[in-house]
Design a protein around this ligand. Sequence first.
Ligand code: FAD
Ligand code: NAI
Length: 459
Amino acid sequence: MSKSVIIVGGGPGGYVSAIRASQLGAKVTLIEKGTTLGGTCLNVGCVPSKALLMFSHYMDLLHHEFPKVGIDAAFKQLDFGAMQKEKSRIVQNLTQGIAYLVKKNKIRHVQGEAKFVGKKKLEANGEIFEADYIILATGSQPISLPFFPIDEKRVLSSTGALALKEVPKHLLIIGAGVIGLEMGSVYRSLGAKVTFVEFFSRVCPSFDPDVSETMMGIMKGREIDFRLNTKVMEGESSQEGVKLHCEGVEGRFTLEGDYVLQSIGRRPATAGLDPQKGGITLDSKGYIETGPNLETSVQGVFAIGDVAVGPMLAHKASHEGVALVESLFGHATSYNIYEVPNVIYTHPEVAHVGLTEEDLKRQNLPFKTGKFPFKANARGLVEGDEKGFVKVLVCAETKRLMGATVLCSHASEMLPMFQLALLKKMTINEIKHLMIAHPTLSEALVEAILNADGESIHF
Ligand code: FAD
Ligand code: NAI
């Protein structure tokens, strides 16, 4: 008889696991409390943010790039409502697509909030659910400053910032991480004044310091203001706007804007689930504790995606789901969930995979660096990527590639070459003679590899 699986949460972790489990012959129930499937990613995360990044970039092209090449396309007006409508159309298209796939795979879709009522026993809409395996994929939610709660009116999370009905005049952003940089970029391109307040000494602190420096330079060139090493002490909001009382290296000061976005990180979402009732242990940060095979403190109950420890990324969630389901159903899994690519989808994009310099220093691993600037790459100049670069980290003893960062247009699309090299534990000698089409941005990848051995041709 086929085994049964209950999956809680219909985001990229949950729905992908459900489809794979069904393909492998399981009887699958997917419980999602939202009205649509796709989770944070499709509804209020990856997809709508990338749509707005793309559409707002058209304004940059119009105002800054077209005139450079003699195209005079006079700007008349921005219908922001139409832009939001197009974003929603894309989101709806995708969420309906997931609903179709779930149905096609004969997955039982229950719309309701699941909560534990006992060990390996869930309740939703008054019905009790039990199965051989339970997979928890309940995702994450934004962190709010405790003294200045998000109300999605003037004090926004990314969800509110993605759904605004007007372009802010002055958008204040607390936290210059991934969400801050992406949303700040959107609204600056649409004409807003943007000011960041960042606790740390550099922007996007989880990336290579060279990325922080370059991104900060690019953003400052777009007249975006940064207050680094700065703490928000107090916040005030009214019907008209917001005030932030801050303390930084320049002493105390107050910022005023019409909206504030809080993008200071996300926390695992377990509130409605009542995991403790099911005997599930959480760690000190609220993540569901799992062992190496993603099993929780209760045998047969697993956690994946944002609610389990690790980077909060859609591809991490779905890859964990597939690897888990394949291992549960005796299918040899070839999924590698350790080399998680990480991208900021601004213009230019930043893409990283593997170890960082800080990781290598912490592990006392001797390494050397190879770097190549896009100002020395023909296609880079055509694409306006003069400030971008490729940086590779190579083990000084074995010459194995250890990590790579790319900063340019379409950087996210260029990462797979480095991912494959990492996965196959390749040395730079195995990569350096790869013939790359000319003229492409990808030529810079090989030039950076060559540079690690002092053999770069164009730099
Ligand atoms: P989620 O997608 O959060 O899905 C969890 C689902 O569980 C939700 O639908 C929720 O309603 C449901 N749920 C929760 N509790 C219950 C319950 N008790 N019963 C029933 N259902 C429940 N990642 C990327 O890789 N690339 C990006 O470009 C990117 N951009 C982002 C932009 C923004 C603005 C944000 C906020 C996030 C972005 N992310 C991005 C992160 C990405 O969205 C998450 O990592 C991903 O959605 C996590 O997937 P998940 O399945 O673990 O959880
Ligand atoms: P983040 O962790 O990327 O950045 C948070 C920033 O806020 C950091 O720079 C941190 O130093 C700063 N900060 C923290 N507390 C602060 C405070 N009190 N005052 C001022 N600054 C403070 O988190 P973010 O941007 O909220 O995104 C959450 C997660 O969502 C990301 O970690 C990522 O996993 C996911 N995401 C991924 C995207 C992608 O893949 N392109 C896009 C958007 C989100």
